[in-house]
Structures are given as structure tokens and as C-alpha cells.
Design a protein around this ligand. Structure first.
Ligand code: SAM
Length: 247
């Protein structure tokens, strides 16, 4: 089973592709957009869930979503159309690296996409190219809650992939950004995200025993659940920062 198909099914009950509750997403957007007007860009927008939440209740806001995956962008289109928001959104199938736009954005979202840009600081460098003066960024990435032990490295992480939380924030501030808010995903948000991911894929496999990919789906879900519980639960953290430029 292709990982994109597995991921699309797995995110069915938790369409924000990060360990964040709906309430956390709402609060982060409120802090990032006190006046709720202007233009928002979502780099790696996935199913368009951040854009939908940003535009809902903010009629003065327009959105642009970029994702390299045409199938997931079609899901975004359906989500936004279903919410009556599509006429205020442009959805673009493109590599977010090197994407360019005619004018800058008051808010840029980059959540769970640091791997696309090869790290958090390169992500912020890319974001900055699209940011209007005085604009805000919502960026979400991993950090180490504790130094990764062998059990975490054994499931595919590299020790130098992340830093601890304080060092992560120091790197961001050292790069000229000021955190105007931040949210560290709770253990409950992590468990909800991971058990939704693996549980929804498992349910799909059990409900589609005749599908040629049912067995593969169950294997992917089982492996992912084991990697989480035995490998990175409590070690990998996730922080979402609302940032502005200090100068
Ligand atoms: C972990 S998901 C995050 C989705 C969304 N930001 C969210 O929080 O729900 C990463 C997304 O980045 C997209 N992506 C991966 N490589 C990309 C690239 N080079 N350019 C644009 N999007 C990319 C994937 O298709 C996927 O939708």
C-alpha cells in the first residue's frame, strides 16, 4: 500500500496531521491573527484543515494552500467547498520549496513540514520569503522531550534530527524571530493523534477484508502503533510557535 493512501485513510478521524487538538489549533490561530484580515499561506497544507479553521468566521481573510500531493489537495478542495470557503482559497499543486507568489502574506503556516525544507531554520528562511512586514508565522516541529534512547533510534529517528525544547526555541530566537505564543503538544494530544492514526487505518482494514490492500493496511497500522508505543512515545515532543520578526 502506498504511504500516501495509508496516510489519507489514517487521518480520516484526525485530519490535522500533527498532535494538536482542535482547541489548540483554534487558540494558535487566534493568537496569530488578532484582527483576522489579510492573506494566509499554508505551505504543505495537506487536507486544508488549517486553512478551513483560519477562514471560518474571518470573512476578511483569503487563503492560499500549497501541497505537492494532488490527491490530498483534492481532499482540501472538498473540505473547503463543504465549508463554503472555497471561493476565498487558491489551492496550488506545487513543491513548496521555491514556490513564489506575486505578493506577501500576513500569516504563513508551516506545520509538520520542516522535513520538506531540511530543518526548522531552513523552513523559517523559506517562510520569510513570503511574509509581509509585521506578519506572523505558525510553525510546528518536533523536539526531544528527553534524549532519544536506542528504542527511539531503532524505529528510524536520528539523534541529531531534533534538539531539546529550550535549544529549539533558542535557535529560533537566535535567527531573529520572537515567539508571541507557543503550544507544546500534551501527552493526551499525542495519544489521541497516534491512536486515531493507527486506529482509523486498522478499522478500515477490518471493514474492507476483500480489498487487496487490507492486509498491508493492517500491517502498517500495527507497525506504526508499535513504533509509537515502544519507540518514541514520551521522547518525541511537538511544539507549535507563533512567531514574528524582531526587526
Ligand atoms: C505532516 S503533513 C502536514 C499537513 C498540514 N500542514 C497539517 O498540519 O495538517 C505534511 C504535508 O506536506 C506535504 N508535502 C510533502 N512534501 C512537500 C513539498 N515538497 N512541497 C509541498 N508540500 C509537501 C505532504 O503532501 C503533506 O500534506
Amino acid at each position: 500500500m502506498e504511504s500516501q493512501r495509508a496516510s489519507a485513510i489514517a487521518h480520516g478521524d484526525h485530519p490535522i496531521a500533527a498532535p494538536l487538538s482542535d482547541e489548540s489549533v483554534r487558540r494558535l490561530l487566534d493568537r496569530a491573527m488578532p484582527d483576522g484580515t489579510g492573506r494566509v499561506l499554508d505551505l504543505g497544507c495537506g487536507q486544508g484543515q488549517w486553512l478551513a479553521r483560519a477562514l471560518d468566521g474571518r470573512p476578511g481573510l483569503r487563503g492560499t494552500g500549497v501541497d505537492v500531493d494532488a490527491a490530498i489537495l483534492e481532499q482540501a478542495r472538498q473540505t473547503l467547498a463543504g465549508a463554503g470557503l472555497l471561493e476565498r482559497v487558491d489551492l496550488i499543486v506545487s513543491d513548496a520549496k521555491g514556490a513564489s507568489f506575486p505578493s506577501p502574506f500576513e500569516l504563513v503556516l508551516a506545520v509538520g513540514v520542516a522535513h520538506v525544507f531540511d530543518g526548522l531554520l531552513p523552513t523559517l528562511a523559506a517562510v520569510r520569503e513570503h511574509l509581509a512586514p509585521g506578519g506572523a508565522v505558525v510553525v510546528g516541529d518536533g523536539f526531544w522531550e528527553r534524549p532519544p534512547a536506542a528504542r527511539t533510534l531503532d524505529v528510524g529517528f536520528a539523534a541529531d534530527e531534533y534538539e531539546d525544547l529550550a535549544t529549539t526555541v533558542d535557535q529560533v530566537t537566535g535567527d531573529g524571530w520572537e515567539p508571541v505564543y507557543g503550544h507544546v503538544s500534551t501527552a493526551a494530544e499525542w495519544d489521541d493523534y497516534e491512536f486515531s492514526w493507527t486506529g482509523t487505518l486498522t478499522r478500515w482494514a477490518l471493514d474492507h477484508p476483500d480489498d487487496s490492500e487490507s492486509g498491508a493496511a493492517l500491517e502498517i497500522a500495527t507497525r506504526h502503533r508499535r513504533d509509537y508505543l515502544r519507540g518514541y512515545r514520551g521522547t518525541l515532543g511537538f511544539v507549535t510557535l507563533v512567531l514574528r520578526r524582531s526587526a
